[in-house]
Design a protein around this ligand. Structure first.
Ligand code: NAP
Length: 346
């Protein structure tokens, strides 16, 4: 088995690893998570051992905590939690990657974990930090890219609303739509976030849904209606936007985070009659369906960042032990841009 030449680099015998302690009812809390100390696993044939540098926590993980059908397989109670990880290969067993290489993959919430070489991709973020492989150049950036380009399809002059606008997907989607000539209105949960969208990212307008009446503000900002809606949130914000859709509007349903902790789905959708009146189209999408084109998205997003045309932010929580707090904070809007956990940045 290949291990690093550098004799100073030693892999400990044990690793910390988070497991699903119990299925949450409603909002998850610290009792949802259990941190265990286990032996560092040996990579089998075709596998590699990876030391985690950054771990991604994402809203969809809430769905994996519940039993039953969803678009991602549920975790069983006791299972290790998994997510997007950027890390360094520390041992490889015919895995097609070499010790010392930085890779990205779907790995455990752990200091060290093993993966099949086929599931690891070498990270090439150019001049940008490797963490961007989990943010603007990774899954959220690609979601924004395909959701905007292939589903929402804003045209020059369109009025487009984005919910969850200051998050990982929303902040990138809004900038991409602005570059395509749309007037983008972002809905987010604080004045600081709205200011970031309008003062720095070029959004045409912003609404703080926590302090403002979204419907009334949309009447001011979009008097002719909403041509395109990129929905990350669902719930009352979506009700307010649906009531103001323009004729031939397009709605891209990316996420529904406002509903993820509900045990019973509220009655609805309540405003479908608006689709009759406006002949609007509503389309859900999953970024993984665009996998054969991920390279195209990463390349395009990297070029835009390098040219100074696309900005991104990461909210980085230090320490694997704080990963549950980072995840729970997504439901309180504690992140601006992509929420990550720095496990070992070296
Ligand atoms: P994110 O937006 O970076 O983080 C979640 C944000 O949601 C929070 O910062 C918070 O911001 C907002 N939020 C939380 N609870 C809310 C509520 N009750 N009402 C309104 N806003 C609320 O997360 P992300 O990774 O970019 O994901 C955004 C959405 O896209 C999620 O719904 C996710 O599941 C979905 N998604 C879908 C795909 C796909 O393939 N379809 C891929 C990636 C992500 P505020 O401060 O503004 O409240």
């Amino acid at each position: 088995m290949a291990t690093p030449d550098d004799a100073d680099v030693t892999t400990p015998d044990e690793t910390r690893r988070y497991h699903l302690a119990r299925r949450p009812e409603g909002r998850p809390d610290h009792d949802t998570f259990e941190l265990r100390t286990v032996d560092v696993p040996e990579p089998g044939p075709g596998q590699a051992l990876v030391a985690t540098q950054y771990l991604s926590v994402d809203p969809y993980m809430r769905d994996r905590m519940r039993a039953g059908e969803s678009y991602s397989e549920p975790w069983e109670v006791g299972d290790p939690l998994r997510g997007g990880v950027v890390g360094e290969v520390v041992a490889a067993n015919g895995a097609g990657v070499e010790p010392g290489q930085t890779v990205v993959g779907n790995l455990e919430w752990a200091d060290y974990s093993v993966a099949d070489g086929d599931d690891l991709t070498p990270v090439d973020t150019g001049a940008l930090p490797t963490s961007t492989a989990l943010s603007v150049l990774g899954m959220p950036g690609r979601t924004a890219y395909f959701g905007t380009r292939e589903v929402a399809e804003p045209k020059a002059g369109d009025t487009m609303v984005i919910s969850g606008a200051a998050g990982a997907v929303g902040s990138v989607a809004g900038q991409l739509a602005t570059l395509q000539g749309a007037d983008v209105i972002g809905v987010a949960g604080s004045d600081e976030k709205v200011e970031w969208l309008t003062e720095e990212l070029g959004f045409a307008g912003g609404i703080n849904y926590d302090t403002e009446d979204v419907g009334a503000r949309l009447d001011d900002l979009a008097p002719d209606g909403v041509d395109v809606y990129f929905d990350n949130v669902g719930g009352p914000i979506t009700d307010a936007v649906f009531g103001r859709l323009a004729v031939d509007a397009r709605v891209a349903v990316c996420g529904q985070i406002a509903l993820y902790n509900d045990e019973e789905l509220p009655t609805g959708p309540r405003k479908l009659a608006k689709l009759i009146e406006t002949r609007a189209t509503v389309e859900g999408f999953l970024v993984r369906d665009f996998a054969p084109r991920f390279h195209e998205a990463t390349e395009h997003l990297g070029e835009l960042v390098a040219a100074g045309e696309l900005q991104y932010r990461e909210t980085i929580t230090e320490g694997l032990e704080n990963a549950p707090d980072a995840f729970l904070g997504l439901f309180d809007g504690e992140n601006v841009g992509k929420q990550l956990v720095a496990v070992d940045e070296e």
